[in-house]
Write a protein that binds this ligand. Sequence first.
Ligand SMILES: *[C@@H]1O[C@H](CO)[C@@H](O)[C@H](O)[C@H]1NC(C)=O
Ligand SMILES: *[C@@H]1O[C@H](CO)[C@@H](O)[C@H](O)[C@H]1NC(C)=O
Ligand SMILES: [Zn+2]
Length: 455
Amino acid sequence: MKFKEILFVLAIGTAINAEYVSYENYKVYKVVPETDNEVQILLDLQKNVDYVFWSDIIAKDSDVKIMVAPKNQEEFENYFKNVGIPTKVAIDNVQDAIDAQKRRPLDRNLNNYSWNYYLSLEEINTWLDSIAQRFPDVVTPLIIGNSVEGRFIRGVKIDFKKQENPVIGMLEGGIHAREWISPATVTYIINEFLTSTNSEVRNLAENVVWHIFPVVNPDGYSYTFSDNRMWRKNRNTANHTTCGSASSDMSNGIDLNRNFGFMWMTVGATLDACQETFAGPVEFSEPESRAIANYVLGLKNQGNMVYYFAFHSWSQMVLVPYSHVQGEEVLQAPHYANMFEIAMRGMDKLREKYGTVYRVGTSAEILYAVSGSSFDWVKGVAEVPIVYLFELRDVGEYGFLLPPERIILNNEEIMAGLLEMDKVTRGLGYYRVASSAGRIFYSVVLCLMSLLLAM
Ligand SMILES: *[C@@H]1O[C@H](CO)[C@@H](O)[C@H](O)[C@H]1NC(C)=O
Ligand SMILES: *[C@@H]1O[C@H](CO)[C@@H](O)[C@H](O)[C@H]1NC(C)=O
Ligand SMILES: [Zn+2]
């Protein structure tokens, strides 16, 4: 190694050691509430910033995972003993799981990336550059805006046929920084669309013009590599405040997936900057959420926008909009019945691959009611017909710290699910409604049919 390189390595080494938040001896506890009262106890506890809830589900008989620092573990265990709810240690030392997740091969080469380790933001950007160079006739690099800290929000457009008025789809990854499997899935899908020889993949890749963004929260994603592996929000420090006994850094960000202007701040979000679900001071306060929304509205004028999929982790679910409705109210979302059927059939196919089970439903039904998320906005305001939020692997064994050996398995089963979902969507005729004139025609036909049926 040359002297300059040695200095460089040393500099990086110390920078990481000096700043990176350590989770040494942090434990993740598993708690399963069995009554409404026990659910309420957990919901109340969630407001205590010393206890970091990894689970989005806090419902009867669901596994709730809670991360606790060494100094709070005794108090935590005593509290649960007193209220009579059993706890189990799910992860004994969070830092060990983080270190395991950050393992990467020594002979790595981005031109030969095979989803066997997690890429940093810089590596993802380099990889995007390399595919744009390798497939210049098909791939157009995109920048749809800047983050709070001025990073580009980057993506690619994949257009094989250059048709007028095409079917359009958009994929969103990495809106929640710590959900590393999300960008790893989205980059994999890009690669499959460009390189797979499977005829079903070719269909999906070539019959849709894809707009794909692996990391829409680049500041947050970068921060999970440089400072705090468990960071979720963006990095807006405008509402900085002290957060009780927790680190005041907690207030330096807004949950982008609560910041969109549809049902904003009505449920499952907060104006408290010290919470993970801080929705921002007003709807669309953040440049990242505005960039996504503006881009979607622009796409609507370019053709028949059929798809919008957002990728998150973990829980193994396909969430169908809207996130605040359950029971009969789910039908408030146009095309709900079709969206549900498409997702169910897709997840049957997904399960055939490696036996992984995904649940399907609205967030209010299978998680809890939330508002201000990107996919609900895309459905409710941009009126895109087939919209989902995927919660990828696993169901809490590793949670956000999914080991790198499992990336490829997750990606392959998701691809199998997407192919089936597209088949069902095409079968239901969504590719055909190609122009607004066509859409009006179909509405008139539907109207006449329902009149006839009513007679
Ligand atoms: C590409 O990756 C494979 C498996 O990870 C490895 O065996 C091979 O040597 C690599 N090739 C190059 C050119 O780096
Ligand atoms: C949060 O930040 C925004 C943007 O700077 C500002 O308008 C708002 O007043 C702040 N709210 C609080 C409570 O500090
Ligand atoms: Zn998420």
